[in-house]
Ligand binder design. Sequence first.
Ligand code: PHE
Length: 345
Amino acid sequence: MTLAEVEALHERSLDEVAAVADVAALEAVRVRYLGRSGLLPALVRQMKDVPAAERPEYGKRTHAWRAALEGALAERQAALGPVLREEAGFDCSLPGRWFAPGAKHPVSRVIEETAAIFARLGFSVADGPDIENRFNNFTALNTPAHHPSMDASDTFWLTDELLLRTQTSPVQIRMMTQYLPPVRIITPGRTYRRDTTDATHSANFHQIEGLYVDTRPVSLADLKSTLAYYAQEMMGAKAGVRFRPHFFPFTEPSVEVDFSCHVCGGKGCRVCKMSGWIEIAGAGIVDPRVYEHVNLARGDRAYDPEKVYGYAFGFGVERIAMIKYGIPDIRWLYENDMRFLSQMA
Ligand code: PHE
């Protein structure tokens, strides 16, 4: 190649740099002239064939071309915006990687919202272990020894005395054994039953227990106003509650608690099977016999049934989540299907 040809290429490369419209085109120009198999390195390789007399001038021109081209490339790149920084292995002109934003699971949401609502009423959150003993899960809760809920067909027994708790109610016993009245707690947690899984049952679900025991009279009316407040905060201002008589071994009287149907507002629809109400919780006034078991475990009479009063309630977290978010099948809550979970974002 003659010196004139080098000069011509020099000019042409600068014109090409000036003409590109984007970073990609600029990069193409850079590769064509400066890349490993580009024109400039090829020229340098040919240097040995240049007559010795011409070599210094040839070298000077080539060097000047390289410097001018690199300068022009850098300038043009700055003008075009984002820079391809090869040395850092980082192309900041590429679009960023997209990460799906995470979202709280419906079960966690209900637990957190419930805790916040009851915190406004002075309840704190208490915790207990998933593995319980017979005393806390059954005996202290006044469950007779022959009660069917204790059968191996209903309860996961680990040993003769240890089991996976079938309800969060044993945390009532733990808290009263540990603390003096007044006790005002809610207890969210996992519970286990030998249920066959279907659209509304799971062998491993969550409950939230509530307990309020005080040395001043605590009545069913207190219980009802508390749960009515919860219903309104959770399901909307129009939500109502009703009590139906029921039986639990550890409360007397006992009630089942219904919320007014969130879909029809109580008029009757398919969701509430035309009744206007949806069954939500079990509740009642703490049975004096529970206090006696607690006193026995404590070794004192801090929970003298003549002097303390209290109510308890318990409900399923999944059930609230299904109602609140319109989830028709409990299994959807456990399958970790992104099509389901991403709807909570
Ligand atoms: N533990 C009861 C259940 O699992 C619910 C309940 C809690 C009832 C507290 C009354 C008081 O069905």
